[in-house]
Design a binder for this molecule. Structure first.
Ligand code: SAH
Length: 229
């Protein structure tokens, strides 16, 4: 799978945050931390191409290529690049075409998936965050479908999905999401308490059973009920 992103230099903002700064982030992801490096070159290329500084407030743009989560308002965060890359790398293993993301947030994870040529559906419960994310998708010319809803019900109208990426943490797996996973499909989700979770990878087998694996310890904001404007 080759990244399909074709961006104009003025959109990508080369100059404002130099290519060197981005390459340094990619190098960090390659080396990895305690939980291992990212090896998929397509994922690393997507990180190199998608301008993360456009997904945070201008005041934080200078920190956008650090391997760290950053605040995006409403008590939410844009995920750490390593976590985004690891989740993306995990789901690419099942060669997905159609992907559902729960928790659009800044829109960065969705943009990385779209840059890899995937058909992306994303759901966000906070209307204001979704409006900002949609603006970014438009700026980047990305055709990402999104809706304002409680993502715990998934988006059954477009399912089943080859991959589902949940970017907010719940104490237990959400059954409705598993139900929208195609045979051979993979769901990646942080599961656990408020302060720390495990990133789980679940693959639906042809016999209907679910094969489960733990990828890494992670920290995500909570998956909450209902919607907000
Ligand atoms: N993928 C995002 C990470 C954002 S943090 C990014 O790349 O920036 C998690 C997001 O999940 C927050 O925006 C939060 O509002 C959202 N969220 C939490 N519970 C949700 C739910 N039940 N349905 C949809 N979105 C939810």
């Amino acid at each position: 799978m080759t990244p399909r992103l074709r961006l104009q230099p003025e959109v990508v903002g080369v100059g404002m945050t130099s290519q060197r700064v981005r390459d340094r982030l990619v190098q960090r992801l390659r080396e990895g931390g305690a939980n291992g490096g990212i090896v998929d070159e397509n994922v690393l290329n997507a990180v190199r191409l998608v301008p993360r500084h456009l997904f945070v407030d201008e005041a934080l743009a200078s920190r956008a290529y650090e391997d760290t989560a950053l605040p995006i308002g409403h008590g939410q965060t844009i995920s750490q690049p390593w976590v985004v890359a690891r989740m993306t790398e995990a789901v690419l293993a099942v060669q997905p075409k159609k992907v559902l993301e729960i928790g659009t947030g800044s829109g960065y994870q969705a943009a990385i998936l779209a840059a890899l040529g995937l058909e992306v559906y994303t759901v966000e419960r906070i209307g204001e965050l979704l409006r900002q994310a949609r603006k970014r998708f438009r700026t980047l010319g990305m055709n990402i479908r999104s809706k304002h809803d409680d993502g715990r019900i998934g988006w059954p109208e477009h399912g089943p999905y080859d991959a589902i990426v949940v970017t907010a943490a719940a104490p237990a797996l959400v059954e409705a999401l598993l139900d929208q996973l195609a045979v051979g499909g993979m769901l990646v989700a942080p599961v656990g308490g408020a302060s720390a979770q495990s990133l789980l990878q679940l693959v639906r087998q042809p016999d209907g059973s679910i094969q489960e694996q733990t990828l890494a310890p992670v920290v995500f904001v909570p998956l909450l009920a209902g919607t907000l404007d």
